[in-house]
Design a protein around this ligand. Structure first.
Ligand code: NAD
Length: 283
């Protein structure tokens, strides 16, 4: 199916990045957020990143202007009524995503594919909330979206082969490498990554080592480009906790219990880089 116009829902770290790469690849994009301030911030971030790309001579001024010209914004889901693909990137909360998908199912054209950038929630469950489960799929980008090459393409139980092929080709058009994944808690990336981050938090919680030293061990000892606690701050501690909870509930295995220190930080609003404080402090 030919995809011309894409709506991205949620203008946070992920949604703004997804909107940017889609617009840069030549698609018409509507960026949506229920929060006007978040929408402005998301659009501002895209412009800033494109300006930086021009300064670094990775794109030219005309590319930047053409990309911005393909990008519009809306705070209403009604704007999905002429879109061929909707990529949802709102917060990692099943109730919120359920409400968005149920509304989209009513508004978006019958042919439209509804994709979710969820880090861990079951695609099959989200699809079952709609009358088009064969056109619902996971499209899991990595953070930061303009930089990271991987997209996990997750098939729900009822996702059709045609939907899968369309999304796989879109990912390739965006310059990404798609990987086919079946719908199990955490998919592949987060089933492996998030328990490692949780274990790193446990080492701090149990006083085994400091935040900085845990990160140093993993950087210098394992050649990771960044330590797990720095990475947790970048992902957002609320998102890390939400994914651990999905793994814990989904597998019913105590090895996935979230660290109490992680829960405490999230309760305090220390969500990482986006709030200025997590395991580290940010300006
Ligand atoms: P974020 O908190 O930065 O942004 C979420 C945005 O969604 C906010 O701007 C919020 O205003 C908006 N929003 C909330 N409810 C909405 C609604 N009903 N309609 C429209 N907008 C709404 O979160 P994020 O880090 O961008 O994560 C978004 C999604 O991407 C989550 O599902 C997350 O699990 C997933 N994800 C995150 C990462 C990461 O590293 N942060 C990586 C891959 C996937």
């Amino acid at each position: 199916m030919a995809i011309k116009k894409i709506m991205v829902i949620g203008a946070g770290q992920m949604g703004s990045g997804i909107a940017q790469v889609c617009a840069q690849a030549g698609f018409h994009v509507v960026l949506n957020d229920m929060n006007e301030a978040a929408l402005e911030k998301g659009l501002g971030n895209i412009e800033k990143l494109l300006t930086r790309a021009v300064e670094k001579e990775r794109i030219n001024e005309e590319d930047k202007e053409a990309t911005l010209a393909r990008l519009t914004s809306s705070s209403s889901l009604e704007a999905s009524s002429d879109c061929d693909l909707v990529i949802e990137a709102v917060i990692e909360n099943m109730d919120v995503k359920a409400s968005v998908f149920q509304q989209l199912d009513e508004i978006a054209p019958a042919h439209a594919i509804l994709a979710t950038n969820t880090s861990s929630l079951p695609i099959t469950d989200i699809a079952a909330l709609t009358k088009r489960p064969e056109q619902v799929i996971g499209m899991h980008f990595m953070n930061p979206v303009p930089v990271m090459k991987l997209v996990e393409v997750i098939k729900g139980l009822q996702t059709s082969e045609e939907t899968y092929e369309t999304i796989r080709n879109i990912a390739i058009n965006l310059g990404k490498t798609p990987v086919e994944v079946n719908d199990f808690p955490g998919f592949v990336a987060n089933r492996i990554l998030i328990p490692m981050i949780n274990e790193a938090i446990y080492t701090v919680y149990e006083g085994v080592a400091s935040v900085e030293d845990v990160d140093t061990v993993m950087k210098l000892g394992m050649n990771h480009p960044m330590g797990p606690l720095t990475l947790a701050d970048f992902i957002g501690l609320d998102t890390v906790l939400a994914i651990m909870e999905v793994l814990h509930e989904g597998f019913g295995d105590s090895k996935y219990r979230p660290c109490p220190l992680l829960k405490k930080y999230v309760k305090a609003g220390w969500l990482g880089k986006k709030t200025g404080r997590g395991f580290y402090q940010y300006d």
